[in-house]
Design a protein. Structure first.
Ligand code: NAD
Ligand code: MG
Length: 395
């Protein structure tokens, strides 16, 4: 028997992290969980440690580490507990880790993704913000480290599944790609009523069950904007060859329009376990646990052009991609701050856009060349601080 694929699952307590464990547990002996990480939710991580007995568990704070140690004491586990960003980076480069599931939310996942890329790991990338912020640096680390980068975002996995295994053929194959967007919970809502929407309404996605931040991004369409930027790096396409269409059923997960006029699509029920299973087993396929599509019961597949006035965040993302390097760092950082404030009920829903657009506009003119991680992180911090000040000044 071949050796199990040894995994580090970053963000194990999150939506993608838990779906990953669900797939892993369907295949006893095929995978071994070496590392699990979470930020603060020690109780939940302790429960996962009891389930998988990892060698190492990493948390973000000393308080969480204490809680975790107490919660697993006496359980007879091999699990050691470590704390902080440096421990996270050490965890992904371990010799006994073959593959890393990057499922931390936000730019907080960038450093560990870069470390995994440089170490030449098989990198299952759910953490789109890391690529939006890291961009060229991230892709350079993948190439230099010899890492295998496997997209987990459902749209990018769909495109990846439609393309030949030999990447050298991609440029000649692809005319353009089409990312599908469900339109989120407010697709048909009167835009005049949007300011008053609550976090509960914004995170109630019609098709997908996801973490809170990405759910808000799906409502504003910033998620699709981040995905356009993600696609630019993963598939090396200019913005005009990355298109977006509204497809409310989320059955077609994205499409490749080929040079000869053929359009290839990947279909399925909206369940992240499908792209996760493909990332785990690539280039083979394994059971994911997802409900199968039933064409007899399908009411139809519908498409609508993107309404940029309803979803101004998508235009902002395209503009940032076309603008100076660093603009996408500003976009992402301001968005993370604004969405966190909205979820905390400190900011109105339509003010998310005002804060993001205002931050990009204010800081973009002064952008100089950036290339190193510390420069990216300094810019990220500058944008966050600008966004926080803007929010304080709002009525
Ligand atoms: P989530 O909020 O459910 O989980 C986030 C995880 O990251 C948690 O385990 C949390 O403990 C950890 N975390 C949060 N902040 C951290 C920090 N500062 N340092 C270290 N760890 C931290 O999020 P999710 O929905 O699972 O999404 C994870 C990533 O995957 C995001 O980048 C998201 O855009 C992407 N993604 C998610 C889905 C989905 O269906 N949920 C689909 C496509 C892409
Ligand atoms: Mg997606």
């Amino acid at each position: 028997m071949t050796r199990p694929l040894r995994l580090a699952i970053l963000g194990a307590t999150g939506s993608v992290g838990q779906s990953t464990l669900d797939v892993v547990e369907r295949h006893p002996g095929r995978f071994e969980v070496i590392v699990l990480t979470a930020h603060r939710r020690a109780e939940e991580l302790a429960a996962l440690c009891r389930r998988c007995d990892p060698k190492l568990a990493v948390v973000g704070t000393d308080a969480a580490a204490q809680e975790l140690r107490a919660a697993i004491a006496g359980a007879g586990l091999r699990t050691e507990v470590a704390v902080g960003p440096a421990a996270l980076e050490e965890a992904v480069v371990r010799d006994d880790v073959d593959a890393v599931m990057a499922a931390i939310v936000g730019a907080a996942g960038l450093a560990s993704c870069l470390a995994a890329a440089q170490a030449g790991k098989r990198l299952l990338l759910a953490n789109k913000e890391a690529l939006v912020v890291g961009g060229a640096l991230f892709m350079q680390a993948v190439r230099r480290g010899g890492a295998t980068l496997l997209p987990i975002d459902s749209e990018h996995s769909a495109i990846f599944q439609c393309l030949p295994l030999d990447r050298a053929q991609w440029p000649a194959w692809i005319d353009h790609i089409v990312l599908t967007a469900s339109g989120g919970p407010f697709r048909t809502r009167d835009p005049a009523t949007l300011h008053g929407v609550t976090p509960e309404e914004a995170v109630a996605h019609p098709n997908w069950v996801m973490g809170r931040k990405i759910s808000v991004d799906s409502a504003t369409m910033m998620n699709k904007g981040l995905e356009v930027i993600e696609a630019r790096w993963l598939f090396e396409l200019p913005p005009e060859r990355i298109r977006v269409i509204v497809h409310p059923q989320s059955v077609i997960h994205s499409m490749v329009a080929c040079a000869d006029g053929s359009v290839l699509a990947q279909l399925g029920t909206p369940d992240m376990r499908v792209p996760i299973a493909y990332g785990l087993s690539f280039p083979e396929r394994i059971e994911s646990g997802a409900t199968r599509l039933n064409f007899e019961q399908m009411a139809g597949l519908h498409f609508e052009p993107m309404d940029y006035s309803r979803y101004p965040a998508l235009r902002l993302a395209y503009d940032a991609l076309a603008a100076r390097e660093g603009s996408t760092v500003l976009l992402n950082a301001a968005n993370e701050e604004a969405v966190a404030a909205f979820l905390d009920r400190r900011l109105g829903y339509t003010d998310i856009h005002r804060v993001v657009a205002g931050t990009v506009e204010a800081l973009q003119p002064a952008l100089g060349p950036i290339g190193r991680l510390d420069e990216l992180l300094a810019l990220d911090e500058q944008a966050r601080s600008h966004a926080r000040q803007t929010m304080k000044a709002l009525p």
